[in-house]
Design a protein around this ligand. Structure first.
Ligand code: UT7
Length: 329
């Protein structure tokens, strides 16, 4: 038995921060940002009283509405995030509370930008084993809570947003999540993309705040090189393992970190850009949100047909990366 996506939903906050807004805060310019990243604007949740659980909760409510089911029917909620409202309780438990999914168990999964694919693959096992019939998988991050708006190398990249799916047993054989290859490399990844403060190694002190340790730090050039190789290799591996080619793939759904990385991945797959979803121009990098936001947009635009072959690929902090093959039900 395979697991299939039976509903999708997304939530982006209303606040828009354009490259021109950032020009007024930092030594940067619209031309540099667009040519190096593909980003023109990103969404930011301006209400300080709302955090990742709000973004993910809005997604969860829509998933129930779209599928026409009650919260009590949800058996498991997995939230992929690296910006939980707080270290504990998990954001998944807060989402459970928001929708009243009293019969569910719930936990967070942190694999940074690969969080959604890691969570989706984890959730699929619970469906395939017969343990559960209705699982919510949501990826969302309030990146503005950990972005240093004095650091032009990271402030331009990230935005807030969330999206998710409902996962259920596939109706017929050959549909749903058919393959996944997931990887991690802490040896090469641990020093290049991190937030060192606020955990058990460096709990919050005056010093950690002064040293700006509660913000993202990224060695962009290093991460870029690793991301291009890993995403392209993994996409090629998924294609080879599943006899996919440029003709029979309907959509590449890549993590939205940099338009140049997305293009390099498509080139390696021999795919024309008309088969690649990219919305980085409007949302920037929403971390665990990027891939399900793309899925939800394709679904809204009715661009997912029964039998469409989808390849999902991601790369993020850890390092973590992976690819997935879904035949749309
Ligand atoms: O989602 C998680 C995974 N993350 C990623 O995949 C991100 C991967 N990395 C990247 O996307 C790119 O490395 C960045 C977009 C972060 C940076 O682009 P780059 O082409 O790698 O630029 P760079 O870091 O090599 O910097 C080139 C120059 C530098 O100046 P010098 O040293 O050549 O004089 C930077 O100081 O551009 C400068 N620079 C900027 N200039 C204007 C860096 N940030 C900016 C900026 N505006 N915002």
């Amino acid at each position: 038995m395979k697991a299939a996506i039976t509903a999708t939903a997304k939530y982006l906050p209303d606040g828009v921060v354009t490259n021109h807004d950032l020009e007024r805060m930092l030594e940067t310019n619209d031309e540099w940002i667009r040519s190096r990243t593909g980003i023109s604007e990103r969404r930011i949740m301006k209400d300080p009283d709302k955090a990742s659980s709000f973004l993910c909760g809005e997604v969860a409510k829509q998933l129930l509405d779209k599928r026409g089911i009650s919260a009590e029917e949800i058996e498991l909620i997995i939230v992929a995030t690296m910006t939980p409202d707080m270290l504990f309780p998990s954001t998944a438990c807060l989402v459970q509370d928001i929708i009243g999914a009293t019969g569910a168990w719930a936990f967070d999964l942190n694999a940074a930008c690969s969080g959604f694919i890691f969570a989706l693959n984890t959730a699929a096992r619970f469906i395939e084993s017969g343990a559960h019939k209705k699982v919510m998988v949501i990826g969302g991050d309030k990146m503005s809570s950990i972005v240093d708006y004095t650091d032009r190398s990271t402030a331009i990249l990230f935005g807030d947003g969330a999206a998710g799916v409902l996962l259920e047993p596939a109706e017929s054989e050959g549909y749903g999540i058919l393959d996944a290859r997931l990887y991690s490399d802490g040896t090469n990844g641990k020093d290049h993309l991190l937030m060192s403060g606020g955990g058990s190694l460096h709990p919050a002190t005056h010093e950690t705040v002064e040293k700006r340790m509660h913000f993202i730090h990224q060695d962009g050039r290093q991460v870029f090189k690793s991301a291009v190789t890993a995403m392209a290799d993994t996409a090629a591996e998924i294609m080879q393992r599943n006899n996919l080619d440029a003709e029979n793939i309907a959509w590449l759904i890549p993590h939205q970190a940099n338009q140049r990385i997305i293009q390099a991945t498509a080139e390696r797959m021999g795919l024309g850009m008309e088969k690649v979803i990219s919305n980085i121009a409007h949302y920037g990098n929403t971390t665990a949100g990027t891939i399900p936001i793309c899925l939800a947009e394709l679904d809204e635009q009715r661009k997912l047909n029964r039998g469409s072959n989808l390849v999902l690929v991601s790369f993020g902090a850890g390092y973590t990366w992976g690819g997935m093959y879904i035949k749309w039900q």
